[in-house]
Design a protein around this ligand. Structure first.
Ligand code: FE2
Length: 290
């Protein structure tokens, strides 16, 4: 299946939540910030999906990706039809080539918890997620890609990169590597930031994420708070990005998740992130050469 304009490396974009007061995504579209695409969270609101699609088209046809955190692809009980349908129509409205979904859930059985629980680090959990990812992809108008979730308390014997590799292989899908989420896992296990990367099938990575975060020492335990736009990007994440990005032969997009950031912080994080992948941006074919 063609990914349209994402058939090649598009550049550095912003992950925005259309329901957040800031950053004001309309103001970003009207600014001269160097944004190559948006990855939009619409949280299932179809009118918002249509609005952002129309505005992006009017602002020079900015490409869009779609991020859905309601699909709950790790639920062993299977998928929820209403959430799958919401993802389908919202993704179609923004004409995204792929939908990003973390390997996480907010539900236990039928109970909804406002806590994002990451996948258990077992082969059984990976197999259940892979089966769900196949079902999700069959229902969507484009591809599903799996993202590694954040961890505060990893449960299970495997490394998250082993689980992600197994899901992508079994489901036949590609993935997003979120550098902050990976770092959160590594500090839980006392590992180096890039532990496990050498053994990971990096050809599966179509997108990389960076985001603001705070790492706090709480009683001698380092905890990663995935703050997105409410904090600055820790330098270690930019170092991880600079190291990993050139090693992903099918990388199409680098996304800064900036929900809750003001425009000044968006500008600063764009500059930092573009600097970290400057080599890839320089090698990117010019849009005008097509
Ligand atoms: Fe992410």
């Amino acid at each position: 299946m063609s990914d349209g304009r994402f058939d090649r490396f598009v550049g550095v974009g912003l992950g925005i939540d259309v329901h957040n007061e800031q950053p004001d995504w309309r103001a970003i579209l009207g600014s001269d910030l160097p944004v190559d695409f948006f990855e939009v969270y619409t949280r299932g609101t179809l009118a918002a999906a249509h609005e952002v699609a129309a505005a992006a088209a009017a602002a020079g046809d900015l490409p869009l990706l779609y991020h859905d955190d309601a699909l709950d692809p790790i639920r062993p009980e299977g998928l929820i039809a209403a959430d799958l349908e919401a993802a389908r129509v919202n993704m179609a409205a923004v004409a995204a080539p792929w939908c990003v979904s973390e390997l996480a859930t907010r539900r236990i059985g039928d109970r909804y918890l406002d806590f994002f629980m990451p996948i258990l680090l077992t082969e059984e959990a990976a197999d259940a997620a892979a089966e769900n990812m196949r079902l999700i992809e069959a229902a969507l108008p484009g591809r599903i890609v799996a993202e590694n979730p954040p961890y505060l308390l990893p449960v299970g014997p495997l490394h998250i990169l082993e689980v992600l590799a197994r899901v992508t292989e079994r489901a036949g899908c590609d993935c997003v590597l979120d550098t902050g989420h990976l770092y959160s896992f590594q500090i839980c296990r006392g590992l180096d930031p890039l532990a496990g990367v050498d053994a990971f099938p990096l050809e599966r990575v179509v997108e990389l994420h960076v985001a603001g975060a705070e790492v706090e020492d709480e009683g001698g335990v380092a905890l990663y708070h995935d703050s997105h736009g409410a904090a600055e990007i820790p330098p270690v994440l930019l170092e991880m990005l600079a190291e990993i990005a050139p090693r992903c032969p099918n990388l199409r997009a680098v996304t800064i998740e900036v929900e809750d950031a003001n425009l000044e912080r968006c500008a600063r994080q764009l500059e930092q992130t573009r600097e970290a992948v400057a080599g890839l941006l320089a090698a990117r074919p010019s849009d005008r050469s097509d």
